[in-house]
Design a protein around this ligand. Structure first.
Ligand SMILES: [Zn+2]
Ligand SMILES: [Zn+2]
Length: 121
């Protein structure tokens, strides 16, 4: 049988704010839905300033301390969040977003070389 083309895995159909306004939801072309709490996204910021410690920095602030001020679309391949701490240089490509999806299915997925840690308590 044909498998879902891997490009669908990284293609975004839709991005939206979660109902509680504390997370970004992404609907993927392969049918998957991801929810990224702001705190989680901030900790995984891929920009040069945050890189290197981003994957260990999930507890760098309490969830109450960081708010999403806005989101800039970067062409059709990513988003750039503006945070209440003034940080706005991180660009989350669709590929990056899918790789850091914190759901159990994605954490256990072994089709990619990059592995991630589960969400902190
Ligand atoms: Zn950053
Ligand atoms: Zn997932």
């Amino acid at each position: 049988m044909l498998k879902t083309p891997s490009t669908d895995r990284y293609r975004v159909l839709r991005r939206q704010l979660s109902e509680d306004g504390r997370a970004i939801e992404v609907h993927w072309a392969d049918g998957h839905r991801s929810t990224y709490p702001f705190k989680f996204l901030r900790g995984y910021c891929p920009c040069a300033d945050c890189q290197g410690h981003a994957r260990k920095a999930l507890n760098w602030q309490s969830p109450e301390d960081v708010e999403l001020v806005g989101v800039r679309m970067i062409g059709n391949y990513g988003i750039s969040p503006q945070w209440s701490d003034g940080h706005n240089t991180g660009i989350f490509s669709d590929n990056h977003l899918r790789r850091i999806c914190p759901c159990a299915d994605c954490i256990n997925w072994t089709g990619d070389t990059e592995s991630i840690s589960p969400l902190p308590e």
